[in-house]
Design a protein around this ligand. Structure first.
Ligand code: ADP
Ligand code: X15
Length: 399
């Protein structure tokens, strides 16, 4: 087991890793429950008089969502009801100076850790601990707190490097999510178990599908990932069009594995039967999968698909959701995601909804969090936990 904030004693200066990776619309970072949850941890520590240097990431290099953390500091300030400082530097002179100026109870957000090449380098925890990033920041603090459960599956420097060389503690979000998700992993279900898989990250989901062969009966596919599966099944969708960036690279990486999964799981994998797109009048229009053309950019699953998925949900004892079935941030393309979530909320099945973006749909469309057994702010980490796979961040904290 790991140490928690209850085990802190005479430390004064803490380096805290949080995960406020968020949707970004037209350059504006969207507030979401990740901010609210991590603000709880930061408030507890700041109220206790600790000086806090805070590390976080946003997006991935090359993506539209890869932006600096200035807006995150403002949103965190609102949730914390105290000023959160921001410095556009992670471990250079400007960052070190701002860290040294911190008084007790003050909070400083450092720059997006993914702007440092060393953060994402494919290295062991021991090698990460020897990076310039870790070597520069570790001596500035008395201990390291990892609250970023939703990044616990990434072996990055800010996650696995610091615990090698510093006393390390789990923050409140890490502790609570770990306990909830470990408990879920130990549950056994007699009836039908369904998993709704959508969103953008095929590699995360494919790894999970391979590992839940014994527990999940039916996979309901949607989103970008669903289109990649449709492409593998021979349909003319799942291609990058009009500057989209999600499909072709993932296809090159995953084509073979998706084909193998379709072969081995057969009917257990349910693919969309229709898809929605924006027509010439900016309205939502739908087309059967059989008639699709690859020039179109599809933004949601269609209404026949939602009906089919609702029937599976109604017959299930447990449903796990990771990833949105469409671009629910745009009301015209929310029917798939919201339809399936409402169907789950309307039954008494055991249900978990995960993902930073996907969990946001629950509050955005006025659903009651209490209608789900657990709403996780983590996506990839929570589905990995379901499989019993260990998380590198937890291993690092347990050292
Ligand atoms: N067909 C689609 N085209 C573009 N984006 C999509 C599509 N379907 C789903 N999405 C997007 O996927 C995002 C969620 O994906 P992802 O980041 O993998 O999930 P999460 O953060 O919930 O774990 C949503 O914000 C949604 O807009
Ligand atoms: O949002 C995240 O993961 P999620 O989409 O699985 O919930 C985490 O911040 C990890 O981000 P990453 O998948 O770019 O490493």
């Amino acid at each position: 087991m790991f140490q928690t904030l209850d085990d802190l004693s005479d430390e004064e200066r803490l380096l805290v890793r949080i995960d406020v990776n968020s949707p970004v619309e037209d350059g504006a970072v969207q507030d979401n429950r990740r901010f609210e949850r991590h603000a709880g941890t930061l408030r507890e520590l700041a109220d206790a008089g600790y000086s806090l240097g805070v590390l976080a990431h946003q997006g991935r290099p090359g993506r539209d969502t890869f932006v600096d953390l200035e807006q995150h500091a403002e949103i965190l300030s609102e949730h914390l009801d105290r000023e959160v400082g921001y410095v556009a530097d992670t471990y250079g002179e400007a960052a070190l100076e701002a860290i040294r100026d911190l008084d007790g109870g003050e909070v400083l957000l450092l720059e997006n850790v993914r702007m440092i090449d060393e953060e994402l380098a494919d290295r062991s925890p021991e090698a990460h601990a020897e990076s310039g990033f870790v070597e520069a920041l570790a001596p500035e603090f008395d201990a390291y707190v990892n609250d970023a459960y939703s990044t616990a599956h990434r072996g990055h420097a800010s996650i696995v490097g610091f615990p090698q060389v510093m006393d390390a503690y789990a923050g409140r979000v890490m502790e609570a999510e770990y306990e909830a998700n470990s408990a879920i992993q130990q549950r056994e279900f007699d009836g039908h178990v369904a998993m709704v898989l959508g969103g953008t990250k095929a590699d995360d989901l494919i790894g999970v599908m391979e590992r839940v062969d014994d527990t999940v009966d039916t996979f309901l596919m949607g989103g970008i990932v669903g289109e990649l599966f449709l492409r593998a099944a021979g349909h003319d969708v799942g291609y990058d069009v009009e500057g989209t960036e999600f499909f072709d690279e993932q296809w090159d990486d995953q084509e073979e594995t998706i084909g193998e999964l379709l072969d081995s799981y057969g009917d257990r994998i349910r693919l969309p039967v229709d898809l929605a797109y924006e027509d010439g009048d900016d309205e939502r229009a739908e087309v059967a999968v059989e008639g699709v053309e690859k020039e179109t950019s599809f933004l949601d699953v269609g209404s026949d698909t939602v009906s089919e998925y609702e029937e599976v949900v109604a017959d299930s004892e447990a449903v796990f959701v990771k990833g949105a079935l469409g671009v629910f941030e745009d009301e015209r393309f929310a029917d798939g995601t919201v339809g399936v979530l409402e169907a789950i909320a309307g039954t008494d099945c055991f249900s978990v909804v995960g993902g930073g973006d996907t969990s946001r749909a629950v509050e955005m469309y006025g659903m009651d969090e209490g209608d789900f057994s657990h709403v996780s702010i983590a996506g990839g980490a929570y589905v990995r936990a379901l499989t019993g796979e260990s998380l590198v961040a937890i291993e690092a904290l347990e050292r």
